[in-house]
Design a protein around this ligand. Structure first.
Ligand SMILES: [Fe+2]
Length: 547
């Protein structure tokens, strides 16, 4: 009898459709609310994405998962509320929870015995505490949508069960040690990250979208051209990339697509009839490896009058000797068609924050110039080392892309690309601290308030020293130093200003964007410190963006 391994995950939902993803332990037929899908098999693992259609709009419908006709979900012993598919009610308020960076380690002290570098411990998982609050709290407080903003798995950190698994199957003395390399090891990482019963319930009942960041593939992934060249020399990196692309498509990407987009997706069309499809994924991974162009990981989704555009900023980077871009040209032109007005609210999503704290922005802009040789060869080598040590690879260090998105935002906000939205929010993660920044274009035509909201980590807090560095970065002194460095390197001015009005906040945390009519607000909740049994989220701030 087939059994569930992972899931169900409720992925895409519209007014009448939903997709439900599962991993199972043997080939079978998967059924949800009368819709069925066969499993497709990759390297001995079996998955299905069930496309459910014909649902009533704005309704909440409990569902079961059947494998070959036998109910396997919900588990008969479950004490959680029923798993439901809630279809979109166009025009109703929307509550979107978001955050990034979640290591998979035990949920009890001492949290993790294998990662010595985590001085502060990994403590309470904000996503899991959110789910616990949902289970015990009021139904009306549940988020409608959950957005996981990168580092859903850490190839290189934590995950003690996966590390033990890796040690049991190969020699870990050589590079890359206990980091995942092949598909089997990636599969274990996802299993470890998503098996907890509380999380499984959460993912089964709140529509979840995801986009990867570097650790879903490897630390510093595509940070620079020289990094790419170095990694290409490593024999294990090619297998890692192949496995990472396949694992991401299966576990994360496919569920971001609507049923209509699935119909147009070449790989989906090859695997939808099920069976052994490793070859199809091999072909796909080859083309994804060879060229960023042609594989679009960015995606977009309308929640009635609210448009969300997710900008993928890792796999599609252009890292040529004389040209650096955050997003490849094909994806960028696709994105620019969708980043426009005529919507009530525009939500842009980029795992790497678009707007860093001003001092860090200047430092990264300086870094890009210095790495490119503005201060000579010796400084360029030092700059590259610094770039990798300090993760200087956000939009600020891709100056051309920064300017392109700035111009686009200004046009949308001033009503030059359709009617200006009531609000424009940029949601990000990655940096292991949370903040909210308000943008000032210095342009009287701008009508839409524009904010950058960053929420990271869900579970991977900075240690005390790192927090001091970030606090210093928020100071006027750091701002002055950054300004001076940027000036001396002749890096371009940002062409707009922004101010951090909330934060920086540390701890494990989860952000929320809540939209109701013209009103939009951003909230941040953090988990309480490790000691004490009381696992609750504590409100850090609520700030109105518009309306
Ligand atoms: Fe992270």
């Amino acid at each position: 009898m087939p059994e569930l391994v992972l899931g169900p995950l409720l992925r895409f939902t519209s007014a009448t459709e939903a997709t439900v993803w599962v991993e199972v332990d043997e080939p079978c037929s998967v059924e949800v609310l009368g819709a069925t899908a066969p499993t497709f098999s990759v390297e001995g693992h079996h998955y299905a994405l069930v496309v459910v259609d014909g649902l009533a709009p704005g309704r909440e419908q409990p569902y079961e998962v059947r494998l070959d006709g036998v109910v396997v979900w919900p588990d008969a012993s479950s004490t959680f509320p029923p798993s439901v598919i809630r279809t979109l009610d166009e025009g109703a308020p929307l509550t979107m929870a978001f955050g990034s960076c979640r290591v998979a380690v035990p949920h009890e002290p001492p949290w993790n015995l294998t990662v010595d570098e985590a001085d502060e411990g990994f403590e309470h998982d904000a996503l899991r505490v959110l789910a616990q609050e949902m289970i015990h709290g009021h139904r009306e407080n549940w988020p409608d949508y959950l957005l996981l903003l990168g580092d859903q798995i850490y190839v290189d950190l934590g995950s003690p069960t996966t590390r033990a698994f890796i040690r049991s199957r190969r020699d870990t003395d050589d590079e890359p040690g206990e980091e995942a390399v092949d598909y089997e090891e990636f599969s274990q990482l996802y299993r470890e990250a998503w098996s907890d019963p509380v999380l499984r319930w959460l993912f089964s009942t709140v529509s979840v979208g995801m986009i990867w960041d570097d650790h879903d593939m490897g630390d510093d992934w595509n940070i620079s051209r020289s990094w790419v060249e170095e990694m290409d020399e490593k024999p294990w990196w090619h297998e890692r990339r192949r496995a990472g692309f396949i694992a991401y498509w299966i576990h994360q990407h496919v569920g971001n697509l609507s049923p209509a987009e699935l119909e147009e997706n070449e790989l989906w069309c090859r695997i939808r009839d099920g069976g052994e499809v490793t070859d199809a994924f091999d072909d796909f991974a080859r083309s994804a490896n060879e060229t960023a162009d042609g594989v679009r990981w960015s995606h977009a989704r309308d929640f009635g009058p609210i448009r969300m555009v997710v900008i993928e900023t890792r796999a599609g980077r252009v890292l040529e000797a004389d040209r650096r871009r955050m997003v490849d040209d094909d994806s960028w032109s696709w994105l620019t068609e969708r980043i426009r007005g005529d919507v009530d609210h525009l939500v842009l999503v980029t795992t790497d924050p678009y707007l860093l704290m001003p001092s860090l922005h200047d430092l990264e802009a300086w870094s890009e110039r210095v790495c490119a040789g503005a201060w000579g060869k010796r400084w360029s080598d030092r700059g590259e080392k610094l770039r990798r040590d300090l993760d200087f690879d956000h939009w600020a260090s891709f100056g051309e892309s920064f300017a392109e998105l700035r111009d686009l935002l200004r046009q949308v906000a001033s009503g030059r690309r359709g009617v200006a939205p009531a609000s424009i929010s940029v949601l990000s993660g990655d940096v292991h601290h949370a903040y909210l920044a308000e943008v000032d274009f210095g342009d009287p035509d701008v009508r839409s308030p524009v904010v950058q909201a960053v929420c990271s980590p869900m579970r991977n807090p900075l240690d005390a020293k790192e927090r001091r560095v970030i606090r210093f970065a928020a100071s006027r002194l750091a701002q002055g130093i950054g300004w001076l460095l940027r000036k001396t390197s002749r890096a371009p001015t940002p062409g707009m200003s922004w101010e951090v009005v909330e934060g920086p906040w540390f701890e494990n945390q989860v952000g929320t964007l809540h939209v109701d009519g013209r009103h939009a607000e951003v909230r941040l909740d953090k988990t309480l410190p490790a000691d004490g049994e009381d696992r609750r989220l504590e409100r850090v701030f609520t700030r109105t963006i518009s309306g």
